[in-house]
Design a protein around this ligand. Structure first.
Ligand code: ARG
Length: 429
């Protein structure tokens, strides 16, 4: 005979798992005035869709899609629906108001808590998935686990763990004098040194690899234009990552570093500020995505010292921001594949959507900007079977805005409704 306590415990466990399931399961019928179809690049009138147990199970014209019995109804009349947005470059564990020396006071514990707060802000801004590129102490892995178990509110996360880069490079900690012996977790040198880091990052739960190919704006003592990882190091990283089934994202501003990263076979180039025509040609040839954070500069230059940015960073930014926007225009014109990557964390989480208007201002059509944050992003993540489009079989992740975002892209700065996996997490009318 099992003891009474054991029976009680088992019953409690059954009850708990049933309630956890209920939060996710169920059927929802959604109708709206319009839908942005990111696959065909057209606007669809009067769409309806059904999400069952988290995934899209029917999609078509209103009237043609029957309302399942007992389904919850979400009537978005007056609104346009889009697939949930994807930001390919965020730092959820980082704060926009603690840069430079200010940031040194943050422990891994503090950063994890930052992540919890920022994950919810990001989701409420309409980003139902995000790629986190660089976090100390694997706080990003902890965050992803808690989100995947539905213990927190936030986007579906793809995380890199600590960024891998050269000693003294952009992804090392260069703020303290030698007696502190401060090194970032991902600092390594030589092909085998960086390969070991790739293995470590994978061991502790990362989904992908982030490397720092060149100097950066916000790091101390680095030249933005200078290549920091040798071709041999990047080749070794990408080869090992491929063996382990991981994608690689490369921070690269400088011309030579961008091209070396593309030649090594990285999947996305972050920033890409000083990309030249040869780099553009290589990216097209190799199918490399560019992820260009062209809103960032406005925050860095206006928040200035108040946010703790180093004077040298502000000086670098004055050159980088302008050039990066020109490069963005050239890359778009040349037809390079692009994803939406904001680098939020440098600027306030939740403001991610402000980049859309800049992407249009600097050369994209509104449709292209939306595709960069949906269908293209899912492809670059290797997650097209789950994300990026509203298609039968994929996750029921969608957002809605009042009005037409193809006529006014800035509507994506204030997303009215957010649905993740069929659950209305924001804006139930
Ligand atoms: N994390 C990047 C870096 O430090 C930010 C660059 C921001 N500037 C820009 N124009 N996108 O290099």
């Amino acid at each position: 005979m099992p003891s009474f306590a054991l029976v009680k415990k088992t019953l409690a466990a059954i009850f708990l798992s049933a309630t956890a399931l209920c939060a996710q399961a169920g059927t929802i019928y959604v109708q709206a005035d319009r839908m942005v179809d990111v696959v065909s690049g057209t606007m669809v009138e009067k769409p309806a869709l059904v999400i069952t147990d988290g995934r899209v199970t029917a999609l078509g014209a209103q009237g043609a899609v029957p309302v399942p019995e007992g389904a919850e109804r979400l009537d978005l009349t007056g609104m346009t629906i889009l697939p949930g947005l994807i930001d390919m470059h965020v730092h959820l564990t980082g704060r926009h108001d603690m840069h430079g020396y200010e940031g040194l006071a943050e422990s891994t514990g503090d950063e994890t808590i930052n992540g919890v707060i920022h994950a919810e802000k990001t989701l409420m801004a309409g980003f139902t998935a995000a790629r986190n590129l660089g976090a100390a102490g694997f706080s990003d892995v902890a965050l992803r686990r808690a989100l995947a178990a539905n213990r927190l509110k936030g986007p579906r996360l793809y995380v890199s763990g600590p960024s891998i880069g050269a000693t003294g490079g952009h992804c090392d900690n260069n703020l303290l004098p030698p007696e502190y012996d401060a090194h970032s977790q991902g600092a390594a040198d030589g092909p085998w040194g960086v390969v070991r880091k790739v293995r470590e990052v994978k061991k502790y739960g990362a989904d992908l690899i982030k490397i720092c190919a060149t100097g950066g704006v916000l790091s101390k003592g680095t030249q933005v234009g200078a290549q920091q990882l040798a071709q041999e190091e990047m080749d070794a990283i990408v080869a090992e990552a491929k063996r382990l089934g991981l994608k690689v994202a490369a921070h690269a501003h400088g011309t030579a570093g961008i091209k070396a990263a593309i030649r090594a076979g990285v999947d996305t180039v972050e920033h890409a500020s000083f990309i030249d025509d040869e780099g553009i040609r290589l990216a097209k040839e190799r199918g490399t995505y560019l992820s260009m954070d062209i809103y960032n500069t406005e925050y860095i230059l206006s928040a200035g010292e108040a946010a703790g940015f180093l004077p040298e960073s502000l000086a670098k930014e004055r050159v980088v921001g302008k050039t990066q926007r020109e490069s963005f225009t050239r890359a778009v014109k040349a037809g390079v594949k692009m994803v939406f990557g904001s680098d939020a964390g440098v600027y306030p989480h939740g403001d991610n959507g402000k980049q859309f208007a800049r992407m249009v201002q600097f050369g994209m059509t509104p449709m292209q900007a939306i595709q960069a944050a949906t269908v293209n992003a899912a492809d670059a993540l290797g997650a097209s079977a789950d994300l990026g489009t509203l298609t039968v079989g994929r996750y029921g992740d969608l957002i809605a805005v009042k009005g037409n975002p193809l006529a006014d892209i800035s509507l994506l700065e204030k997303v009215d409704v957010v649905v993740k996996g069929g659950e209305v997490v924001k804006g139930r009318p």
